[in-house]
Design a protein around this ligand. Sequence first.
Ligand SMILES: C[S@@+](CC[C@H](N)C(=O)[O-])C[C@H]1O[C@@H](n2cnc3c(N)ncnc32)[C@H](O)[C@@H]1O
Length: 281
Amino acid sequence: MNSSEQRRQSVSEDYTKAVKNPATGCCCSPVPKGVVAKLAGYTDDEVAALPTEAVVNSFGCGNPLAFSAVKPGDVVLDLGSGAGIDLLLAAKKVGRSGEVIGVDMTDAMIERARENVAAAGLENVEVRKGIIEDLPVETGTVDWVISNCVINLSPEKPRVFAEIARVLRPGGMMLVSDIVADGLPKEIAANRHLYSSCLAGAIDEKAYLDGLRGAGLAEVEVKDRFVYDTTQIEAFIGSELSDSESSNCCGSGQGALAKKWAPRLAGHIASVKVSARKPRE
Ligand SMILES: C[S@@+](CC[C@H](N)C(=O)[O-])C[C@H]1O[C@@H](n2cnc3c(N)ncnc32)[C@H](O)[C@@H]1O
């Protein structure tokens, strides 16, 4: 197994634990999981209309579909669909004539998403097992690629950007919410728990946007940016949710690390919403 495969395996193990125990787990945001959905930009109406299981197992850092022009009949692909919160929201937007595809590598997440899709009575959603670096999706078949706090977890981001460009139809759009960070110290960047928590693998905003452009996407733009302050970063790094190193993937005794680094990293970590379009040839 090469180092990228090892990284994916460790992330997948952490998300398996997280979905099996909603009270702990990976926090891709400075707020505890479970209230993330409300604070990440989903409206009260959106949250109220979803199965509770989809909301408590939401691990995102934004609402990639907010303000999107997704319309009935469209095909939407969600990279790292997790327990399915954005699949359910997208399914409502595309209606019965449209199609929603989720791709995730973690069996427990796929199972949870399928349960949530069934509970919502949706027939236009399919959850596929695969990695976002090698999508199980045909070339040029997707109107929208969405993703919520997942690309930061990829050890091979250029492959992900290339896959987004491959699967989109000409003129198709990408809308992703993700974490970006600049100047992460080695002590943070090398921390396994903080990798699964969506921090250690984050790249800086310019590299992210350049990566998308390098893959051939156009109109690359940051639509929204939420920059974390010291208190929020302290919560992000030092989540109080667990005191056991082995029980989950974030907040495992990272208090000292949080105190040390949060003031210095304030202003350097953000949740962004990025859009891009595949040129029409
Ligand atoms: C932070 S969670 C986000 C889940 C979902 N998007 C949400 O908003 O709740 C990350 C998800 O991405 C999946 N994931 C991470 N890296 C992946 C990869 N390289 N390929 C496929 N899935 C991946 C994990 O299994 C997990 O379900």
